[in-house]
Write a protein that binds this ligand. Structure first.
Ligand SMILES: Nc1ncnc2c1ncn2[C@@H]1O[C@H](COP(=O)(O)OP(=O)(O)OP(=O)(O)O)[C@@H](O)[C@H]1O
Length: 240
């Protein structure tokens, strides 16, 4: 069980909005839990690096926090509400309106153009089409993929697909961004642009949680939650 640390930029935020209470998750009853009795508050207005050995449960914890899967025991709490107990439709609405998720393998729709992939999350969240397109083009220019807007995901590189996925996640200016190895496919300069974008987003008051093995990213985060590989975790301030 682990505790709470205030974020350096927490003053800019409305406080901690997201956390877990005695969270336990098991993929199969016969197996030991991947996450075991985890209590943590993830500060708003700050970046938190989620680290730990391969297989320790980083992706699983991101899916739980993003309400994509339900805990075996305990809660994921959003604004003091046990959101993991909400009905599916309510969880979907919360995800669409408040969460940006950058998957480890980008997970773009191969049948849709790059521009459509980026815009769709905004349309689903209720944005007007022209606003979604304008914001998508602004983000794609920032991440250097605007010249690919008419291409299909199968026609762009892995690093470009990762950047498109980042544009998609930031489109609605979500309150919470989860990123699963967002710089894994990127060169150093592009990774720096992505990290800066996530840091800037946290500075607006958002909660940003990044699963990563990249020590240079961890060193630039505000906090680290380290999963120990046996279901537990510890939280530390990277930059007190
Ligand atoms: N759908 C699934 N069914 C059963 N077990 C699973 C499933 N998905 C993941 N696991 C197991 O859960 C554990 C945690 O996996 P997870 O992908 O969350 O780890 P991770 O820390 O993100 O790993 P990596 O750093 O290698 O990406 C692993 O032992 C994995 O084999």
């Amino acid at each position: 069980m682990i505790g709470v640390l205030p974020g350096p930029r927490a003053a800019a935020s409305a406080g901690t909005a997201l956390g877990t209470r005695s969270l336990t998750f098991t993929y199969r009853a016969a197996l030991p839990p991947v996450i075991s009795d985890l209590t943590v508050d993830l500060p708003a207005g700050a970046t938190t690096a989620l680290t730990g050995p391969s297989g320790s449960g980083k992706s699983t914890l991101l899916y739980l926090l993003a309400l994509m899967i339900r805990p075996t025991n305990g809660e994921v709490v959003w604004d003091r509400v046990p959101a993991s107990r909400m009905a599916d439709a309510a969880r979907s609405r919360l995800r669409a309106s408040q969460v940006g998720f950058i998957f480890q393998d980008a997970l773009l729709d191969p049948s849709r153009s790059v521009l459509a992939n980026v815009c769709d999350s905004g349309l689903f969240a209720g944005m007007r089409r022209e606003d979604a397109v304008a914001r998508a083009r602004e983000l794609m220019a920032r991440f250097g993929v605007d010249h690919r807007e008419d291409h299909k995901p199968g026609e762009i590189s892995g690093g470009q697909a990762q950047r498109v996925a980042i544009c998609r996640a930031l489109l609605t200016n979500p309150r919470v961004v989860f990123a699963d190895e967002p710089t894994g496919n990127l060169d150093e300069d592009t990774a720096a642009v992505v990290w800066q974008a996530l840091t800037d987003h946290a500075a607006t008051g958002a909660t940003v949680v990044v699963a990563t093995h990249d020590g240079s990213l961890v060193a630039r985060a505000d906090h680290e939650v380290r999963l120990d590989g046996s279901g537990g975790a510890e939280l530390r301030a990277v930059r007190p």
